[in-house]
Design a protein around this ligand. Structure first.
Ligand SMILES: [Zn+2]
Length: 488
């Protein structure tokens, strides 16, 4: 399939941030074979010509951290600190089955595509009752939608009570503490075998799937598991994705287990490199920022989630000043109920402009947009995130005849500050049009909504039961939260 996009206002997001007015893009198969002024357009014939004279062409955005299993509980989780929030969220997953994971991933994936994201990293954690925790169903959903995805299988081999600084609160927690661990009761070797098998089964870039290991968090894994996952990634040339220092409690626990920061611990294991991406990376020290810069690893910023459950303000300005490659994500719908990357971009460009801080370091709109595109591509080793010759054809067309872009003063600033996704017209992934006139082309949108509704209804009794059980953990976890902050 050869496609010509003609007369577009092209925001290339290349290193020079070139913007081409009335430009042309030619797609041959799944690659961009021309991007430049109209007069240089190679001769046809083309299978499809899209008149983009009223459009802005933007590289498809890369949602660099998300949990596809969370979409059925959007709007449902309490705005409480992560450790409390997580007890509820984990409880909500317990009874989910393959078709629920499929419906959930379909719902979130639909929302992402219709709002200009063409790739998502799904840090998948589901139910121990399903094969690969249900990750296969999520992968199928994203393939059906035509959404490129990095499926990072979440693994963890430590007991729950060893992963957070419970102190004396430990004894006040009831059976729930064992249930939090029970779902994770698998030997280290069994987890590593599962990871290898998972990748063997699903890794297929031609089907839009990159499969890789996704250790849950440093403090939730033994050194053997962390090193084993890193070895699998190294051997197969794959990304490695992990949660890092999302909360102060995690930082405290890291210091108490390792005697230094969580990232420093990964460094002692020799696994901080260009293929490592670390969701959140909030409670870190100056040495960690240097380490990210030196090793070329990527922290992934999730501004809406960090605000929703009060995790803290990531040191994005300092990352950028140090030349660190920062990615951007929505996180799952349990902690950011919307999966719209334009929200993430706008927040990233706004929340770091704090009064009294050095305004020369505030995040620029161009930096925020780079985080959402080329930086994510670099983190995952994807040849995408930029509209340029030879890159994967993942492109979004935004309607410019709307209030957001009139008058057209600065296209990048207006994408960042004025766009909310409502102007997304066409989305192309891997050379295929998957959204046309704002609607999915490969999947029936009404059916997606019906499936999500059906799954949620089926899960209602068990969710109510499990959430009530999780509530019993809250006092002890709250005590830990306040203790951790009192100490500083
Ligand atoms: Zn997460």
């Amino acid at each position: 399939m050869k496609i010509l996009l003609s007369n577009a206002l092209i925001v290339t997001l290349n290193d020079r941030n070139d913007v081409i007015d009335k430009g042309a893009i030619v797609i041959d198969g799944n690659r961009i074979t021309y991007c430049g002024p109209a007069e240089g357009t190679p001769a046809g014939p083309f299978d499809k010509i899209i008149d983009a004279s009223r459009m802005i062409a933007l590289p498809g955005m890369i949602n660099a951290h998300c949990h596809s299993a969370a979409n059925l509980v959007r709007g449902m989780m309490p705005s409480k600190p992560l450790e409390i929030w997580r007890a509820y969220y984990r409880a909500s997953l317990r009874d989910m089955r393959e078709d629920d994971f499929y419906a959930s991933a379909l719902l979130g994936g639909m929302e992402m595509l219709k709002n200009g994201a063409t790739t998502v990293l799904d840090h998948f954690a589901g139910s121990a009752a399903c094969r690969f925790m249900g990750a296969g169903a999520a992968i199928q959903a994203m393939r059906d939608l035509g959404l490129r995805h990095i499926a990072a299988l979440t693994v963890t081999d430590k007991n729950y009570e060893d992963t957070i600084p419970l102190g004396n609160a430990d004894s006040k927690l009831n059976n729930e503490i064992r249930r939090m661990s029970a779902s994770e009761a698998k030997t280290t070797q069994a987890w590593l075998d599962e990871c290898e098998e998972f990748i063997e089964t699903f890794h297929a870039p031609e089907k839009l799937t990159t499969a890789c290991p996704g250790p849950s968090a440093v403090q939730r894994c033994t050194d053997e598991l962390l090193s084993g996952c890193a070895e699998i990634s190294r051997k197969k040339n794959l990304p490695l994705h992990i949660h890092l220092a999302e909360t102060k409690a995690q930082q405290v626990q890291g210091n108490s287990i390792y005697g230094h920061s969580l990232l420093r611990h990964l460094e002692t294991l020799g696994i901080v490199g260009e293929n490592l991406s670390c969701a959140h990376s909030i409670w870190i020290d100056d040495g960690d920022i240097e380490l990210f810069a030196q090793r070329g690893a990527t922290p992934v910023h999730n501004p809406a989630s960090n605000l929703r459950i009060g995790s803290g303000l990531a040191r994005v300005k300092e990352f950028l000043a140090a030349g660190v490659n920062v990615g951007l994500g929505t996180d799952g719908a349990a902690s950011n109920d919307s999966q719209n990357m334009f929200d993430a971009v706008r927040l990233a460009a706004l929340i770091h402009n704090q009064a009294g801080s050095d305004f020369n370091q505030w995040v620029t709109p161009a930096q925020a947009l780079a985080m959402a595109t080329r930086n994510g591509a670099r983190a995952f080793g994807l040849d995408a995130g930029v509209i340029a010759l030879g890159k994967l054809a993942d492109i979004v067309l935004l309607r410019r005849d709307s209030a957001a872009y009139r008058p057209m003063n600065d296209v990048v600033n207006q994408i960042v500050f004025c766009e909310n996704g409502s102007n997304v017209d066409t989305v192309i992934v891997n050379g295929e049009v998957v959204v046309q006139a704002g609607r999915l082309t490969k999947v029936d949108e009404e059916e997606v909504l019906r499936m999500a509704e059906r799954s949620r209804q089926r899960l209602e009794p068990s969710m109510q039961r499990e959430l009530a059980a999780a509530r019993s953990m809250e006092p002890a976890l709250a005590e830990m939260y306040f203790r951790v902050f009192r100490k500083s």
